[in-house]
Design a protein around this ligand. Structure first.
Ligand SMILES: Nc1nc2c(c(=O)[nH]1)N[C@H]1C(S)=C(S)[C@@H](COP(=O)(O)O)O[C@H]1N2
Ligand SMILES: [Mo]
Length: 468
């Protein structure tokens, strides 16, 4: 492609997104998006696709940037093959749920295109008899569960680490909240006589790997599987998109996105996590990646661990109770301001001299207790108010704070605290102690750039103007 063409392409992409965001801003401002409704969005998507495909001979295909931009106009695309794209606008962090078109996509391989009528999931291991589950069985033979889940890539915020880290440079947007619909795994495992003793594990593997490549697989502790984990076939008001795992994916409520295996092909009830030579092709994303490693530390492989709370694992390692580097399961407490946006100029309301600061806060499968806002870089804090629907323990809460503001330039930050009293640290720092813990308001630099919930890098710089 010559440079003229690529310039033209960039312009097209730009206008796509601009139109989506302008329309979204209009709907938000006019109140049409109040509540969880996202009516009207699907039509806009097909419009986007149609535009990108103005010349029918050159219809964009999966793996091409035009295709991804057209289908997900609310995303900033880093890579189209495999698809890696994050929410483009701060408006995402105002709403109780995230439309599919602006819910981030994070893939290690290009999304497979799967015919759901022919799809089966193999189930084996510690069960009465091996089985092949069809999509029809999933939909018709068990009850339907609907779960609001704030899913965040463990690498969200990686771009803020110094020294910088290789990998997709996620900033704030690799997080979204969807209502996922599907089958409770507890019902399926009971039906097949699985050994669901608390100590067992469910290995879940995806179908996206080319032959001989590493398989995207995770070992999920049975207690969590039986509590609330589902095999999801629906996302918000529609089916899953190919990119989000069609026809079926795992949803592990409140846990980092890396646990939510897409395009599920294989499940096995096991006594341990995948470990050792016989699981060679399954080890990468369970034992090597998605571990919090300090500089120079290699991942130890384990058959089992005791706690799945990421924060508890960090603390246990730092206290010398274990030498096991944390595995990324439950999410850490975090919040994001959605309004004002970064670099916005705002005016206080005339009636009260206040700017309303709005955002969202979540704490994995724990509850958010409080959210505070600071306009002076974290020296003083004021408590925000939670509002909007409580969509369940694994979904984010909206917050708002009436900020009495004088003209000037400010760095606004938000800080959430969970039900255990754990709060967001201030900055990311390099640690040389070979340990991963939050100490003195500092979040540890780690090899993968994972789990960052420090508040300073996630704030917004805002100019407050006087009324004319
Ligand atoms: N089979 C498979 N499942 C996968 C992945 C993958 O690459 N392959 N990526 C994981 C990661 S790292 C994340 S953050 C989430 C992203 O889900 P989303 O693309 O629907 O947002 O899917 C997870 N499930
Ligand atoms: Mo991820």
């Amino acid at each position: 492609m010559d440079s003229k063409q690529s310039e033209q392409r960039e312009r097209n992409e730009e206008s796509h997104r601009a139109r989506f965001l302008t329309r979204r801003r209009f709907l938000l401002a006019s109140g049409a998006l109040a509540g969880a409704s996202v009516a009207g969005r699907p039509a806009q998507v097909s419009e986007g696709v149609a535009r990108a495909a103005a010349n029918p001979d050159e219809e964009p295909e999966p793996g091409e940037r035009d295709f991804l931009e057209g289908k997900f106009p609310g995303l900033t695309v880093y890579e189209a093959d495999p698809e890696n794209a994050e929410a483009a606008a701060r408006e995402t962090y105002i709403q109780p749920t995230t439309p599919r078109e602006e819910h981030y996509v994070r893939n290690h391989y290009l999304s497979p295109r799967i015919n759901e009528d022919e799809w089966t999931i193999s189930l084996s291991g510690l069960i009465d008899e091996d089985a092949e589950l069809t999509m029809r069985e999933l939909r018709e033979d068990y009850s339907t569960a609907s779960i609001a889940h704030t899913m965040q890539c463990s690498g969200n915020g990686r771009a803020f680490f110094q020294p910088s880290i290789d990998g997709v440079p996620w900033r704030t947007g690799a997080v979204g909240t969807a209502v996922w619909r599907g089958t409770p795994l507890s019902e399926i495992l009971d039906e097949y006589g699985a050994d669901t003793d608390k100590g067992t594990w469910l290995m879940v593997a995806g179908a996206d790997h080319p032959e001989d490549e590493d398989i995207f697989a995770r070992s999920i502790p049975m207690k969590k599987v039986m509590d609330d984990t589902i095999l999801a076939y629906g996302m918000n008001e529609g089916p899953l998109t190919a990119e989000h795992g069609h026809p079926v994916r795992l949803i592990v409520p409140g846990w980092f996105g890396n646990n939510c295996v897409k395009w599920v092909a294989e499940m096995k009830v096991m006594e341990t996590m995948v470990v050792g030579e016989e699981w060679k092709q399954y080890l990468e994303w369970q034992q090597n990646s998605y571990r919090m490693l300090t500089e120079g530390q290699g991942p130890d492989h384990n058959a089992s661990i005791k706690t799945f709370d990421t924060h508890e694992q960090m603390d246990a390692e730092a206290a010398g109770e274990t030498t096991t580097a944390p595995y990324l399961y439950d999410q850490l407490v975090k919040s994001l301001i959605g309004h004002p946006r970064d670099n916005d100029t705002v005016r206080p309301r005339e009636q009260n001299g206040c700017v309303e600061v709005v955002g969202v806060a979540w704490a994995g499968d724990d509850a958010v207790e409080t959210v505070e806002v600071s306009a002076d870089g974290g020296q003083t804090w004021e408590e925000a108010e939670l509002f909007g629907p409580d969509i369940g323990p694994a979904g984010w809460r909206q917050f708002r704070y009436l900020w009495e503001s004088e003209p000037g330039i400010y760095h606004l930050v938000s800080r959430a605290t969970d039900e255990h009293g754990r709060t967001q640290p201030r900055n990311i720092v390099e640690t040389n102690e070979g340990r991963q813990t939050v100490r003195d308001e500092k979040f540890p630099w780690n090899q993968g750039g994972y789990c960052c919930n420090a508040y300073m890098p996630h704030g917004v710089t805002v100019t407050v103007e006087d009324h004319p």
